[in-house]
Design a protein around this ligand. Sequence first.
Ligand SMILES: Nc1ncnc2c1ncn2[C@@H]1O[C@H](COP(=O)(O)OP(=O)(O)O)[C@@H](O)[C@H]1O
Ligand SMILES: [Mg+2]
Length: 356
Amino acid sequence: MNHALPPGSTIGILGGGQLGRMMAMAAAEMGYHVHIYCPEKDCPAAEVAHKTTVAAYDDAAAMAAFAKSVDVVTYEFENIPAAPVEKIAAIVPVRPSPSVLSTSQHRTLEKTAIQKLGIKTAPFAPVKNVDDLKIAVQKIGLPAVLKTATMGYDGKGQWKILSAEELPAIPAGDYVLEGFINFRMEISVIVARDVAGNIACYCPVENIHKNHILDQTIAPARIFPQLAEKAENIAKKIAEGFGLVGLLAIEMFVTDDDEILVNETAPRPHNSGHWTMDACITSQFTQVIRAVCGLPLGNPERLCDARMLNLIGDDAADWQKHAATPNAKLHLYGKKEARAGRKMGHVTFLEIAPRK
Ligand SMILES: Nc1ncnc2c1ncn2[C@@H]1O[C@H](COP(=O)(O)OP(=O)(O)O)[C@@H](O)[C@H]1O
Ligand SMILES: [Mg+2]
């Protein structure tokens, strides 16, 4: 059976940030139209999309009209309410599936699903209130990190807990307490799986954070090949186990004794994969478009080593310097206001030996 959407088809993307923007650009390269659905006006993706609907995710009528007007739906961030996405899946294929989305967007479900596949995570315990937290601290030990189970990003909704006497006064809700991992390195692996079940995996990369926001990605990660292979195998196992169709980014901790613990997953292109735009045969953005449109996957192979630097807030003021740097590729997202902590763009530095 041929599952491929022909060129000229329309891909609906939920979310209008920079990831949606770069997905839309990759889609256009392959002759697809993109319809962005996003709650904010003038979003970065709208600027490069064929059509945009500005409406809330829980606007059932707008979501249904959007679903009817496109050939496939995907999303560019995982903090979209799952219920409306499940509803539109009855109208149009949603890739990755709503079940992958709901697993990835809930830290407890996510870690439980990963452990079920025989893959290690940090020790964790679900927490609903302060009393649970006390019990969880005894079970998990300290130091530990308390995280909101949903809606967290860039370290938001997290509390590091050092002492049982100083627990945060959390309102009742949905949290997870995790043992604090003294990792040697943070890595991520981006894996794609197509409609037919074929898998393509990018090399593990090393991620360096500043103020809980990704600052730099070094590709490939500076780890031994056996460990890189182990990380890739974990990613492939999760892609298969989740029944993924699309792209999944998997963040992992590498410990001093070379153990790999999975931290979290994101069923969409990931900031740590931006370097693939300039340094791989197939970028993560082209790959996700291929996967959700039912095309065969592209070759994820690395053409050269690379380093990606995020331009956060005022960093974007250095655009002229980066534009003038040899072997650097500057990407800006068209955001008007450079607020602190806001991802404005990125630069990929390609490790190319000078030609003789
Ligand atoms: N259990 C942990 N032990 C040590 N550091 C952690 C732990 N969980 C998260 N961190 C640190 O906090 C960062 C953000 O946490 P993460 O779970 O990835 O949430 P977010 O959704 O905000 O990216 C991680 O990249 C890592 O540096
Ligand atoms: Mg993270």
